[in-house]
Design a protein around this ligand. Sequence first.
Ligand SMILES: CC(C)(COP(=O)(O)OP(=O)(O)OC[C@H]1O[C@@H](n2cnc3c(N)ncnc32)[C@H](O)[C@@H]1OP(=O)(O)O)[C@@H](O)C(=O)NCCC(=O)NCCS
Length: 142
Amino acid sequence: MKVELREMTIADYDEVYALWRESEGLKLNSEDDSRQSIKRFLERNPGLSYVALDQGKVVGAALCGHDGRHGYIHNLAVRKSHRRQGIGRSLVGRCMYALMNIGIHRCHLFVLGDNQGAIAFWRKLGWEQRVELITMSQPLSE
Ligand SMILES: CC(C)(COP(=O)(O)OP(=O)(O)OC[C@H]1O[C@@H](n2cnc3c(N)ncnc32)[C@H](O)[C@@H]1OP(=O)(O)O)[C@@H](O)C(=O)NCCC(=O)NCCS
């Protein structure tokens, strides 16, 4: 099997979204993960998000962006049939390399606390859990 990685574009949205939907461990949000939001994210963060393709079909995806200070990886997913073949590692590697090339030196991500598979994956890649931090959020609406 020859899997190719390339930059994600908004033309990939339908296939990428279908992959996210079938991926356990991701919590999609109708606003954040809508076509319009992903389009804006990709436009704000050119060259940082990637898809993995097997015979032209999306089998993996990683959204990556930065805020000028730190990088963030969101919604990393690999199709079940293609897992444990290094695709997740390669997607993350591409994102990290692209961030380094624009001068970003640290990357963060969010993992659902019960997503043991993903936690094991990130640890294997050398990521460390920040036990001293908690995440706080607030929706912005009138
Ligand atoms: C997490 C995920 C992206 C990993 O993708 P993958 O392509 O299977 O990962 P890789 O093959 O690149 O694995 C890299 C390393 O992590 C290890 N690893 C991967 N999944 C693992 C798991 N569930 N448990 C333990 N180790 C795991 C692999 O064994 C490999 O180690 P090695 O290089 O020493 O052999 C994939 O399981 C997935 O899509 N999960 C559902 C969505 C999800 O939870 N995404 C993460 C959101 S934070």
